[in-house]
Design a protein around this ligand. Structure first.
Ligand code: HEC
Length: 241
């Protein structure tokens, strides 16, 4: 009976730990961030649901398109100081020559980190808010927040740039993808922004995909380990009455 009790406790503990591990992964994947509220012209307050970002770190083509977008549209103002160009070449399967030719917009050496073209501090004085470093942005705000933010610019003549944002009210950032949005149309534009956020998610945690695989292996290993541990436990308690 005693053996049975301790075994049940052990089993329950392991199951709880497993569930906890999965819940943790999911909570992180979901980001757990809302996308804020905004007031409509008629005065009603609307809660903005985050749109789901299409994150798939195994999709190299999407990551490559995202990297190109990031380098073309974002590093003018934002840095990504924890990311080296050489790591982009390696992880995203882009030949280093191509990275040097097309993606190294702000530095000379492929070992350099991704810096902003214009010093963010100086920009802070110009725009009223300095563009933050984006290396870890999707971990700070959540993938879905960043995706929704980038899709939520709208025209607002009262703002210095003529644009505003539903997620980050009175954002100091202009709608830098305005032309692209008009050029591509809604569906294709959302896909491209999805690639961009996918790339940003890779940047924030390059090992995220591997981590999930290792996590699954560890849990499978623990479950298999449960069998000999259970048998041992039975053996040890066999003679104790
Ligand atoms: C002209 C300069 C400029 C460019 C180009 C630019 N940004 Fe920004 N961005 C800013 C500024 C300034 C802020 C700060 C906004 C604020 O706090 O009001 C900002 C804020 C942000 C934020 C929100 C940060 C936070 O957590 O509050 C994200 C996300 C972001 N930018 C992503 C991007 C991406 C992705 C691109 C490329 C498509 C881009 N930005 C291009 C100037 C720029």
């Amino acid at each position: 009976m005693k053996a049975f009790n301790s075994m049940t406790k052990f089993g329950a503990g392991l199951i709880l730990a497993t569930l906890g591990a999965f819940a943790g992964t999911n909570a992180q994947a979901a980001g757990g961030h809302g996308c804020g509220t905004y007031t409509q012209t008629d005065g009603t307050e609307v809660t903005l649901e985050c749109s789901k970002a299409p994150i798939d770190l195994t999709n190299k083509a999407s990551l490559q398109r995202g990297a190109a977008m990031f380098m073309n549209y974002c590093v003018g103002c934002h840095s990504a100081q924890y990311v080296r160009h050489s790591r982009i070449a390696q992880d995203l399967d882009i030949p280093p020559e191509l990275v040097e030719k097309y993606l190294m917009v702000t530095t000379k050496s492929i070992g350099d980190h991704v810096t902003a073209q214009i010093n963010p501090e100086v920009q802070g004085e110009w725009f009223g808010a300095a563009p933050p470093d984006l290396s870890l942005e999707t971990r700070l705000r959540g993938d879905d927040w960043v995706y929704t933010y980038l899709l939520s610019f709208y025209e607002d003549p009262s703002r210095p740039w003529g644009s505003n944002n539903l997620v980050l009210a009175n954002a100091a950032m202009p709608h830098v993808l305005y032309n692209l949005q008009n050029e591509l149309g809604k569906a294709e534009y959302e896909k491209r922004v999805g690639d961009l956020v996918n790339y940003m998610a890779w940047m924030a945690e390059p090992v995220r995909h591997d981590r999930k695989i290792y996590g699954a292996f560890v849990i499978i290993f623990l479950l298999i380990l449960l069998i000999p541990v259970y048998l041992l436990n039975k053996e040890f308690w066999k003679d104790v009455k």
